[in-house]
Design a protein around this ligand. Structure first.
Ligand code: G4P
Length: 526
């Protein structure tokens, strides 16, 4: 196949939702349609659950939450689909934000009864900032839920998305009869539990057709006609270009657990979703169709095999063809590297690959050479944008409980920080180490992993910090003055940048007022 065709057939996306909305179930159903897994109907048997979510970490098993992010690839209708899984737990939101830098579009799952929830709002905000095309799937129509029009309003007001329904439910809960697919002008009749056969889908090009009344109760047929009429007069007609700009989001309704509405979603997705898109770097825009290879690391997964301290760096390919055993340029380390076992992920299988194309994610075995955001190219010095570290929300001093293990602790902290588990700050005055995270759970993860993987025992001590701010000074004099006055609250992050650890919102405001020439930033990328 030609290089251009390889790129055009790739669709790389993530499914995001508030926990419990049905992300895992939908992922499984999509994998079933792609033939990537075989166990139809057996939703979330342990086997599928294990392959459809990333279950690499011991801690994840212990806690039953999906901590890690994995990749699932499958072929569907001549296309190569890559789903990047994201952890649902809010304490791992930063992991999800970074994964979103590696996709070209997203599907947002919303629970019909709960509507738009907090975690969804935050994730969609990140997508909106980047103009990522978004499809909305409203799930669990087999249950009673909110009125569909109210839900559309909620999506518009809370997620700030312009919506365009492409399918519409006929009833819900006990009265759920099916979904009218406006995109294809077909009525799909609901049969619980994955028995959606071809004969349950009826073509109805004109809703006035009395055929409709033969399949659904007359009252619901009348309602459907009225509702579709309202939709056509209120919402814009679907336009793919507008969707690709992230300016309108098509909405689908269904029930993932019943395998209903999922095929319609997938069939529409493969038609409208974008193939690999250009990516911004500090130097220039990288186009996927360029001959020259480039990619960036958006995720580092440790502990795939607890016996070996190996890690896998997940590299999103942005341009050119990636080939095994070829010399590439590791930009940050300014040196050449070769990968003898690059791995691809196809649902529950991993395999060594010889080549990969833009849109693909390859796993590179890593013994500590990569940090998140690293670029690998065929020689050019590129720095991909949009993979920032955010200001953490929780801070603790880290104390070494075993002085004999200082070296192990240092190594463990270094590696965990490179993986993006948390951020480490070293205080200027005392040299004490402070860990900053987005959620409380990470402290448990860090403590557990330091002990089990590095043999280092730590505990944490509270510290009053409200926010970490990265600073930019106009000149050396202003820097010296700031440092002098705020010495006790100054620290360095791991790469050695100066950070102001504001003890409170008020102190932050004071610092900003007293030093108007200094720029305060809440991510390390500015
Ligand atoms: P998540 O990944 O977004 O956290 O959600 P997940 O797919 O795990 O789904 C959360 C719960 O919602 C699961 O039930 C799942 O079976 C259920 N669910 C998913 N889709 C539908 C749907 O269309 N209709 C209904 N009624 N339920 C749905 P659970 O009880 O937590 O797990 P399980 O015992 O079913 O495995």
């Amino acid at each position: 196949m030609k290089f251009v065709d390889e790129i055009n057939r790739r669709r790389t996306f993530a499914i995001i939702s508030h926990p419990d909305a049905g992300k895992t179930t939908l992922t499984e159903k999509l994998l079933l349609f792609g033939g990537a897994i075989q166990i139809a109907g057996a939703v979330k048997s342990n086997k599928i659950k294990k392959s459809a979510t990333s279950d690499f970490m011991e801690i994840e098993k212990q806690r039953g939450i999906s901590v890690a992010t994995s990749v699932m690839g499958f072929d569907y209708r001549d296309l190569k689909i890559n789903i990047l899984d994201t952890p649902g737990h809010k304490d791992f939101a930063e992991d999800t934000y970074r994964t979103l830098t590696a996709v070209d579009s997203v599907i947002v799952v919303i629970d019909v009864a709960k509507g738009v929830e907090e975690q969804t709002e935050k994730l969609v905000e990140v997508c909106r900032m980047r103009h990522t095309p978004i499809i909305v799937f409203i799930n669990k129509l087999d249950r009673e839920g909110k009125d569909p029009f109210d839900l559309l309003d909620e999506v518009e007001t809370k997620l700030h998305l312009h919506v365009c329904p492409l399918s519409w439910p006929v009833g819900m809960g006990q009265q759920f009869k099916g979904v009218y697919n406006m995109y294809e002008q077909k009525l799909a009749l609901f049969r619980p539990h994955g028995k959606q056969e071809a004969e349950d889908t009826i073509e109805i090009h004109d809703l006035a057709d009395p055929e409709l009344d033969r399949h659904i109760p007359p009252r619901q047929a009348t309602e459907l006609r009225e509702e579709i009429h309202t939709i056509e007069s209120v919402y814009p007609k679907f336009d793919r270009e507008t969707y690709l700009k992230g300016a309108v989001s098509p909405v689908f309704f269904g029930s993932a657990v019943n395998n209903f509405g999922v095929k319609e979603l997938l069939d529409c997705f493969v038609e409208i979703a974008p193939s690999p898109l250009p990516r911004p770097t500090e130097e220039r825009i990288v186009d996927p169709y360029e001959d020259k290879f480039s990619g960036f690391v958006f995720k580092i997964q440790a502990n795939m095999d607890p016996k070996h301290r190996d890690r896998i760096a997940f590299l999103r390919i942005c341009s050119g063809k990636f080939e095994r055993n070829t010399n590439y340029f590791h930009v940050r380390q300014n040196r050449s590297m070769k990968f003898s076992n690059p791995t691809s992920f196809m649902a529950d299988k991993k395999e060594v690959i010889d080549e990969a194309f833009p849109g693909d994610v390859v796993g590179l075995y890593d013994s500590g050479n990569f940090v998140i955001g690293d670029a690998v190219t065929s020689g050019e010095s590129l720095h991909f944008k949009g993979i920032p570290s955010f200001s953490p929300e929780m801070f603790r001093y880290v104390n070494n409980k075993d002085p004999m293990k200082q070296k192990q602790l240092q190594k463990g902290l270094d590696q965990l920080m490179d993986e993006g588990v948390a951020q480490l700050f070293t205080k200027e005055t005392t040299n004490r180490k402070i860990i900053g995270t987005v959620g409380a759970l990470q402290f448990d993860v860090i403590q557990y992993r330091l002990l089990h993987e590095y043999g280092a025992s730590v505990d944490f001590e509270p510290v009053h910090i409200y926010k970490a701010c990265w600073l930019r000074f106009p000149n050396d004099k202003d820097f010296a003055e700031f440092l002098q006055r705020r010495k006790n609250d100054m620290a360095k992050d791991k790469p050695g940048n100066w950070v102001f650890l504001a003890p409170s919102a008020w102190m932050l405001q004071m610092a900003q007022e007293n030093h108007p020439s200094v720029e305060f930033h809440f991510t390390n990328e500015f």
